[in-house]
Ligand binder design. Structure first.
Ligand SMILES: Cc1cc2nc3c(=O)[nH]c(=O)nc-3n(C[C@H](O)[C@H](O)[C@H](O)COP(=O)(O)OP(=O)(O)OC[C@H]3O[C@@H](n4cnc5c(N)ncnc54)[C@H](O)[C@@H]3O)c2cc1C
Length: 421
């Protein structure tokens, strides 16, 4: 018997990847009542290695798409409020930063932790409920070919998609990017592993970042989750890991042992399940994210903040802007590179500050001399009571350059020894 002929699906817009970026693009199209196709290689709920932190930027980005999303997450008990973040330099004395309430509303947390498995499932359910998304799970796109108009995509099981506009939101996989000549190089990537632990001695309202010379440039992050377990993830520069042949699994254990304060917290900790790993494409420079009949959103566009490892806010924002650009391309029936370049411009306006930090600081942190200097400086800051309020102001300032250009900032930070603000 001849093999059944594989299906050919035709659509105006196809979104590949249903993480936060792909879901945000889909929900934006659905708000305008535009039918579209979304495919994902995995079957949801799926695991996604992440630090599971939702910063104020995520809360704002979600509210811009649909305030119901946050309300539903709260009602379902998916969110754990986070009020402080502690950075531990090698001397083990934490630098604390207290978070401000969301939009100045007393008692309303501006930061949460969440299980990505649950959050991404909720977003997928939302896009399914919209009635405008044709969602195919377990559908891995393996190749793409430029056609006129649009793209022809093939899946690993032989299905074909013909689309006028392609939105790539495949996270930290390089395979489709490579076919478009947009591969993100190792030097601009990090790699992380994440494990879940029970019995870790940890305050449920705070996250921690542990810095140590053996993991620079990088860090070990601890996030308490709503179910009382902790997410512990180690992220390091990919170049460093591959050049030095580092096993992240072994480095995780050795670093936990060599940081006294962390080792004590791990005394009764037991890992649940396996470690899982993923790459992080860092926001170190402006990239090509739009071209003839395609847009690139989320991690695929290389948008992760190099210091915090945060990428969910940028994923949702870029997905929304990609969705809005798709709407106007469909209305104008114009999918040309020139028309779609509006996306690149708008995204750059939103994200450019991240690029500046990554471009300047990251190469320095690869040099042992500077990375030691940074750790020494953080050791020094950890003893100073003014850091909490001063660093918090810096964190919340839309244009941190405004603060960093003032000599008074350095005077207060370096020479005063009293709380400010
Ligand atoms: C260790 C670690 C810690 C992190 N911690 C944080 C944090 O605390 N806070 C934060 O904001 N960010 C964090 N990030 C970054 C954050 O996880 C990402 O920025 C975010 O998941 C990006 O969303 P996305 O939609 O672009 O990609 P993803 O969430 O990765 O979704 C991509 C989707 O595409 C699908 N896909 C991939 N290839 C194909 C294909 N060929 N065909 C079909 N489907 C495909 C995948 O199955 C997946 O579902 C962390 C990342 C790592 C690795």
């Amino acid at each position: 018997m001849p093999a059944p002929k594989a299906e050919t699906i035709q659509t105006e817009v196809c979104i590949v990847g249903a993480g936060p970026a792909g879901s945000a693009a889909s929900l934006t199209l659905s708000k305008k009542g535009i039918p579209h196709l979304v495919v994902d290689a995995e079957v949801f709920p799926r695991n996604k290695p992440c630090g599971d932190i939702l910063t104020t930027g995520v809360l704002r980005a979600l509210n811009q798409i649909d305030p119901e999303i946050l309300t539903e997450m709260k009602q379902k008990g998916l969110l754990n409020p986070i009020w402080h973040t502690l950075t531990y330099p090698p001397n083990g004395k934490p630098i604390n930063i207290d978070f401000l309430p969301f939009d100045g509303k007393k008692g309303e947390p501006g930061c949460f932790s969440v299980s990505r498995r649950e959050m991404d499932m909720l977003l997928v359910n939302k896009l399914l409920a919209s009635g405008f998304a044709d969602f195919r799970q377990g559908f891995r796109v393996t190749s793409l070919k430029k056609t006129d108009p649009g793209f022809e995509l093939c899946s690993d099981s032989g299905e074909v998609i013909q689309t006028k506009l392609l939105i790539i939101a495949t996270g930290s996989g390089n395979s489709l990017l490579k076919q478009l000549g947009l591969e993100i190089p190792k030097s601009e990537s990090a790699i992380g592993i994440r494990g879940h632990f029970e019995g870790l001695d940890w305050n449920l309202q705070e996250t921690g970042l542990f810095l140590h010379p053996d993991i620079m440039p990088g860090g070990l992050y601890v996030t308490p989750l709503p179910d009382g377990t902790c997410n512990v993830n180690l992220v390091m520069s990919l170049n460093k890991v591959s050049d030095a042949g580092i096993s992240l699994r072994e480095r995780f254990d050795s670093v936990v042992k060599s940081i006294d304060v962390l080792n004590r917290k791990f005394t009764n900790a037991k890992r649940i399940g396996n470690f899982e790993g993923s790459m992080l494409f860092l926001g170190t420079r402006r990239r090509i994210v739009a071209g003839d009949s395609y847009l690139v959103a989320g991690d695929s566009a290389g948008l992760i903040e190099f210091f915090s490892g945060n990428g969910i806010p940028q994923a949702i924002t870029s997905g929304r802007i990609a969705g809005e650009t798709a709407i106007s391309a469909i209305e104008n029936q114009n999918f040309s590179a020139g028309f779609l370049s509006d996306y690149e411009y708008k995204l750059y306006q939103k994200i450019k500050l991240n690029y500046a930090g990554g471009r300047i600081v990251l190469p320095l942190l690869h040099k042992p001399y500077y990375s030691k200097l940074v750790l020494k400086f953080l050791n020094f800051l950890s003893g100073r009571p003014q850091t909490n309020a001063m660093l918090r102001d810096l964190l919340y300032e839309k244009n941190p350059g405004k603060i960093l250009r003032k000599p008074g900032f350095y005077y207060k930070l370096l020479f005063k020894r009293e709380p400010v603000g």
